[in-house]
Ligand binder design. Structure first.
Ligand SMILES: [Zn+2]
Length: 109
């Protein structure tokens, strides 16, 4: 692999992972709290349902990102980090810097 600083990338990924876990916890707490309080009037209930949908979508996004980050960390551990999961070509340094958890090269993504 080229002169990419894997140690630095690993630190970035670990920070990202911690922050995603925090955000997911916050989202979960948000949902639990809302589940307990049912509003008396309809407009509020409708609003809550909409918010729940947004929270669910966010949760899915963050979970997917967390998976990507964890996969990247695993790849650093086993030495396969930096090569494309599809074509095995090296992922460009510019791409890795922009998206440190990328598992595919620009052509395969
Ligand atoms: Zn590729």
């Amino acid at each position: 692999m080229s002169n990419i600083n894997v140690k630095q990338i690993k630190e970035t990924l670990e920070k990202e992972k911690a922050s995603l876990i925090n955000q997911l916890d916050a989202l979960k707490n948000d949902k639990t709290r809302k589940g307990g309080a049912i509003s008396a009037d309809w407009p509020d209930q409708a609003q809550e349902v909409e918010n729940d949908e947004v929270v669910d979508q966010l949760e899915t996004l963050e979970l997917n990102k967390l998976k990507d980050v964890e996969a990247a960390l695993t790849r650093i551990e086993n030495g396969s980090y930096g090569s494309c999961a599809v074509c095995q070509n090296e992922i460009s340094e510019a791409r890795i810097r922009a998206v440190p958890f990328a598992t595919k090269c620009i052509n395969c993504s």
